[in-house]
Design a protein around this ligand. Sequence first.
Ligand code: HMG
Ligand code: MG
Length: 298
Amino acid sequence: NYPKKVRLVEVGPRDGLQNEAKPVSVEAKVALIDALTAAGHSAVEAGSFVSPKWVPQMANTDRVMAEIKRKPGVGYPVLVPNKQGMNGAVEAHCEEIAIFTAASEAFCRKNTNCSIDESFERFAPVLEAAQKHGMKVRGYVSTVIACPYDGKVAPAKVAEVSERLFRMGCYEVSLGDTTGVGTPAECVTMIDAVAARVPREKLAAHFHDTYGQSLANIMAVMERGIAVFDTSVAGLGGCPYAKGASGNVGTEDVLYLLNGLGIDHGVDIDAVARAGRAICAELGREPASKVAQALKAK
Ligand code: HMG
Ligand code: MG
């Protein structure tokens, strides 16, 4: 009982790169984003307007946004934590932003230096500006299964924060297992709790693959009606404020799974794998995605 069609949000250029110590040039990021667009993605998260002291790798997002070839119909969301970030997004003519908070107080503070309530106070002027400029707003909830500082997170708390984001005007709420510790049964329990408060078709799942559970989790939540997944080319990624968390589930891995199930997605797996090899060459590392490794060996 799987969805006929799935939408992927490619987060490699943001979540994939934000934790990489080696600075990636504007040219390399633009080449990556353009290649992911050409591969057929309908959404490519392009960067963040956050403090360059906190996340240096995202400091050139304004130039990246100026130079990518924006394809009509494709979304290029950027992360915005506060009004200052929103000013950057407006100046860069972004058409979509993503606001982000957490279901655990400790992670929220480590990630954004404020409480969950304070994060919503920061969002209010951001949402106002988004409305004025006709920008779409996506919402993220981090630590939907567990917090690296506070331990297990209650599904009811995830539901509460998700509902706040949805009611505030987010067209979709992405549920992040930031540290990649969740297993299918826990993910289903969490999704069902959230879906009692936010329509299921407005939810996306954002899995990190630290414990290798992402594909199993995706299968499990697809059965519960979730049809939007955040994935990262070559399985790049990790959060700077979640030590030891590895990359997002690899886009190539998810595409291979969906192809096997005959689920429509519109993305060319070989083109994604090529884009992944190019950015990995730039970073001097191997793709983390299993499928990317297998395709390379062919
Ligand atoms: P703060 O220090 O509390 O902010 O940081 P502040 O308002 O007190 O300002 C302090 C300084 O930061 C000032 O500069 C501001 O100008 C500057 P100074 O006077 O010291 O030179 N500043 C900014 N600069 C650029 N852009 C801005 C901005 N705001 C303030 N927007 C802040 C608060 C949120 C900015 C900071 O904590 C921060 O940038 N954190 C980084 C958050 C981040 O990017 N985390 C990773 C992404 S989230 C994630 O990965 C999870 C996700 O993938 C889902 C999942 O897996 O769970 C989405
Ligand atoms: Mg993430």
